[in-house]
Design a protein around this ligand. Structure first.
Ligand code: F6R
Length: 251
């Protein structure tokens, strides 16, 4: 595990975007796993700006998003599909057919989950997976007590997640309580993982997922078992780490 600590949110966003650009530069056919939420917004902005400056070409990449709310149409402004187009895909040269996001309104949702998993498998897996982290330690929408063996599946959102996500909706009643999400096993099969976190409200979760027991109660703790994971944090999110007490690689 590596930990990179940046001074603030903007520096964290720049660092992650540069690492993604570097990966795509050396492997133009990169298969990228992407996250939504507030944390990656700055990073997507940086990627668009690298593209505008002709520093990165997205033409050959393929993307798979981690998750989508159940019951939201892809054109719904609260859907992750809308978020991804609005913040990244509409501004870069990725071919539409290379974009994969689970369908929140699929008629057969169980089949949608299996097909999504198979599509990832058929393309040879994810090269670089970007993750955020929930305050309850979720990655994707794999909530506490999830099975580590889970593949892409339908999940019930935790009360804390519903509460946290309500900031993006007009009222609590509108926040979906289910989603379709890559499973822990899907995520753990990625060749490289970058987890980004910013802000003091994530500091306890970051500390526990790095130093604590590996347990489904804190889903991100499973990343301790991944051979190539990098945490990219701002100072606030890293503020509860005692870096002298570990044998973690520091970059
Ligand atoms: C979203 C996702 C979630 C978020 C997490 C943190 O695709 O996978 O795990 O990364 O809920 O969200 P923010 O960044 O809004 O704090």
């Amino acid at each position: 595990m590596r930990i990179i600590i940046e001074a603030n949110y903007d520096e964290m966003s720049k660092k992650v975007s540069k690492l993604i650009a570097k990966h795509i530069f050396y492997k133009p056919r990169t298969v990228l796993g992407l996250a939504t939420g507030e944390t990656p917004l700055g990073m997507y902005k940086e990627l668009v700006s690298l593209y505008d400056s002709d520093l990165i070409d997205f033409h050959d990449i393929t993307t798979f998003n981690l998750d989508e709310y159940l019951g939201l149409d892809k054109d719904n402004p609260q859907s992750y599909n809308y978020y991804m187009h609005n913040n990244l895909f509409n501004h870069i040269n990725i071919p539409k057919d290379n974009i994969n996001i689970p369908l929140g309104l699929a008629t057969d949702i169980a089949k949608e989950a299996i097909d999504y998993e198979l599509k990832i498998r058929r393309i040879g897996g994810i090269d670089l997976q970007i993750l955020g982290i929930g305050r309850n330690g979720h990655i994707g929408f794999n909530e506490p007590d999830i099975k580590f063996e889970a593949l892409t599946h339908v999940v019930k959102l935790d009360n804390q997640t519903i509460e946290d996500n309500s900031r993006f909706f007009d009222s609590m009643d509108e926040v979906p309580n289910q989603a379709i999400s890559m499973g822990i096993k899907t995520i753990m099969r990625a060749k490289k993982i970058i987890l980004m976190a910013s802000g003091i409200e994530k500091a306890d979760t970051i500390r526990d997922s790095i130093y604590g027991n590996i347990t489904p109660t804190l889903p991100a703790s499973v990343l301790q078992l991944h051979p190539n994971v990098t945490y990219i944090l701002d100072k606030a999110a890293a503020s509860k780490l005692d870096l002298h007490k570990t044998n973690i690689d520091l970059l």
